[in-house]
Design a protein around this ligand. Structure first.
Ligand code: CTP
Ligand code: CA
Length: 227
């Protein structure tokens, strides 16, 4: 019996995957977060594992459970995710599927903010570190392939192409999350893969199938067998 785990095209290759949302605490009972089930990141980790990769899976508080057969590192905030990513490197490739909160509350309240009739709290924000950009722009020890995600509306390809340039990653997996597509929160995804060679429109398919296709593309790239 052939086992993908011991014989796959990613055998022995260490690949980092971030997944899920981050939660940024406001006080002990409240937080701000992005919407993310963690389904796409989890499917990618599974697909990479099934091609033989050794996967480090850095995940925020997701709805779906993390896969078996990967190294799971659980985090809560963007800053914790950044530290966990840096600790998990080096890797041959890194896939950033997490929906990282762009901002955190500047000063977390140690005590619960109490509701006072007629008074509204004001929150001050601070910018979170951009984990993908940081890894993409590493001067030493950068993964050979850095893949980001971009959930966009309107001109998806233009936004994602600009994002690829700005962050310095190699590929961007872009998807259209306009309410009309019904993608957000569903089991299917319609993605465009943006590389240095342009935009490749994939047909709408299950998130598991998107993950499998992406894992094969990653394997081909790392093995120099892409056409
Ligand atoms: N990302 C990250 N760290 C952040 C924000 C985003 O690693 N602080 C990664 C995400 O995991 C994703 C990619 O960057 O792979 C794009 O995230 P996105 O939110 O689309 O990009 P932003 O630069 O935050 O732009 P936007 O204004 O569209 O939110
Ligand atoms: Ca963002």
């Amino acid at each position: 019996i052939r086992s993908a785990l011991t014989e796959g095209p990613l055998k022995g290759k260490h690949i980092l995957v971030t997944s899920g949302p981050t939660h940024e605490p406001i006080d002990p009972v409240r937080y701000i977060a992005n919407r993310s089930s963690g389904a796409q990141g989890t499917a990618i980790a599974v697909a990479l594992r099934d091609l033989g990769a050794e996967v480090s899976f850095v995940t925020g508080p997701a709805d779906v459970p993390p896969p078996s057969g990967v190294k799971v590192i659980r985090v809560e905030t963007a800053r914790e995710m950044k530290d966990a990513v840096e600790a998990a490197l080096p890797a041959e490739a890194a896939v950033f599927a997490a929906a990282v909160a762009d901002w955190r509350v500047a000063t977390e309240n140690g005590s619960k903010i109490k509701k006072v009739k007629g008074e509204l709290p004001t929150l001050e924000f601070a910018e979170n570190p951009d984990i993908l950009a940081g890894v993409s722009q590493m001067e030493a020890g950068r993964p050979r392939l850095v893949v980001g995600f971009a959930a966009e509306t309107d001109d998806v390809v233009a936004h994602a192409t600009a994002k690829r340039k700005r962050k310095g990653c190699d590929w961007i997996v872009a998807n259209d999350v306009s309410p009309a597509t019904g993608i957000m929160g569903g089991s299917e995804n319609a993605v465009v893969l943006i590389t240095e060679r342009g935009a490749d429109d994939w047909p709408r398919m299950g998130k598991d199938e998107v993950a499998r296709q992406l894992a094969y593309r990653i394997a081909d790239h790392l093995n120099g067998t892409d056409t």
